[in-house]
Design a protein around this ligand. Structure first.
Ligand code: PLP
Length: 433
């Protein structure tokens, strides 16, 4: 896969993308896939296996996108494909209780000490939306605190930009979201204990929940200081606010127990998605049994889903967790990540312009600016996007696929071999020199 192809032929991809634009807004089913931030035609993918994707022109890419997080085993892992095939042959959905959801719930609660009960949904967005409703219902409070630079899916009250000044309510960051819908969402900065303390002192009794990506990985990789995490846990506990860890990207990725394990912090509720669906649409939220008991049919907080706990998706999730545990995944992924870091760091030090590798286990991100890695969204230099574009296309031409945005992270998977990591290092070394 070290072939350097500076004449990438995307003729068929371009044809498909033209067709797509006629019937799909922007040609895509999710916006960032359109390559808006990097320009050019997105390769239209025909198939994928292991660490590689292949487009409709027959170009093969060494893939570090991993479908944006779910594919910790790589593409089309035989165990997952078998589990899906066998489950599908028994029927794809029943709208009734099924063993698979019980087994996956037992697995999750067994692996995650903070999860006493869990409910399955079909996406990460649904998981966070429902966990917030539950927290509000259980506390009988309305205020939600989130942090700038954390992504929690696209529910109305989460599409919020920080207002001007402290303790102003958030304003919608998307057209189509009424200001009234975001009035109960406070947007704070990461990495700022003093701000947290002030907000809790003033409004702690009104705060239903604080939602946070424990290791924020949707706006660069904004690793937080342990002191900040500890203070957040303390303040939420003191004021009776529900601490929600949004582990949709961190969960089963940074450790078997996700960020909660890595940071040694017990959230009240946590949300999952991506990896637990093994590449099929799954989300989950869960936590303290007293809170989960407020959910319908037991309690007054309504939440439902036609395809929730879908038997095929449950089978894919179970097969994925089986492989992760059997293959000591987190040790292997850390070793791959360490190799990337060790080999890349000297090349970055010699690069023509400043660049820093930020890494947590198998998640990596290039911070394209001078100085220490940013810890909050507004610390990312605006010039990063421009520099990223060249890097992105340089890699694509060399047959390497990373996310088409400077703000998105890369993922290593169990399908990556040390030689694949070296290929990435060599290509980055060449492009950054
Ligand atoms: C991906 C993601 C979501 C949204 O999940 P979808 O399945 O895309 O709806 C929410 N929170 C975090 C932290 C995510 O990474």
């Amino acid at each position: 896969m070290s072939d350097t192809r500076l004449d990438l032929d995307l003729t068929r991809s371009a044809e498909w993308f033209e067709r797509a634009k006629r019937v799909l807004p922007g040609g895509v089913s999710s916006p960032v896939r359109a390559f808006g931030a990097v320009g050019g035609v997105p390769p239209v993918i025909r198939e994928a296996r292991g660490a590689h994707t292949t487009d409709v022109d027959g170009n093969t890419y060494l893939d570090f996108v991993g479908s944006w997080g779910p594919l910790i085993l790589g593409h089309a892992h035989p165990d997952v494909v078998r589990a899906i095939t066998e489950a599908a042959a028994r029927g794809t959905t029943y709208g009734a209780p099924t063993p698979g959801e019980v087994q996956l719930a037992e697995r999750l609660t067994g692996m995650l000490p903070h999860l006493e009960q869990v409910r399955f949904v079909s996406s990460g967005t649904e998981a966070t939306m429902s966990a917030i409703r539950l927290a509000r219902g259980a506390t009988r409070r309305e205020l939600l605190v989130k942090f700038a630079g954390c992504y929690h899916g696209h529910a109305d009250h989460l599409l919020v930009a920080a207002g001007s000044g402290l303790v102003t309510f958030g304003k919608p960051s998307s057209a189509g979201v009424p200001a009234a819908f975001t009035e109960k969402t406070l947007v704070l900065d990461l990495d700022d204990e003093a701000q947290l303390e002030r907000v809790f002192a003033e409004r702690g009794h009104e705060i239903a929940a604080v939602i946070v990506e424990p290791i924020p990985a949707n706006n660069g990789l904004l690793v937080q200081r342990p002191e900040w995490h500890a203070r957040l846990r303390e303040l939420t506990a003191q004021h009776g606010a529900v601490l929600i860890f949004d582990e949709v990207i961190n969960g089963f990725r940074v450790a078997a127990g996700g960020a909660a394990e890595l940071l040694g912090i017990t959230p009240d509720l946590a949300t999952y998605g991506k990896i637990i669906g093994g590449g099929l649409p799954v989300g989950a939220f869960g936590g303290r049994a007293d809170l989960m008991g407020e959910l319908a049919p037991l309690g007054g907080v309504y939440q439902a889903g036609t395809l929730s706990g879908n038997p095929v998706a449950m089978a894919a999730g179970l097969a994925t967790l089986d492989v992760l545990e059997r293959e000591d995944a987190w040790t292997r992924l850390e070793a791959l990540g360490a190799r990337l870091q060790e080999r890349l760091t000297p090349l970055l030090a010699a690069a023509a312009e400043p660049v820093e590798l930020v890494r947590v286990g198998s998640i990596f991100w290039l911070s394209l600016q001078a100085g220490p890695a940013p810890r909050r969204a507004d610390a990312i230099a605006a010039t990063a996007a421009e520099r990223y574009r060249g890097l992105f296309h340089g890699l694509l031409q060399r047959g390497l696929s990373i996310a088409p945005s400077a703000y998105e992270v890369g993922f290593l998977s169990l399908a990556h071999e040390p030689a694949h990591v070296d290929t990435l290092v060599d290509a980055l070394g060449e492009l950054l020199a």
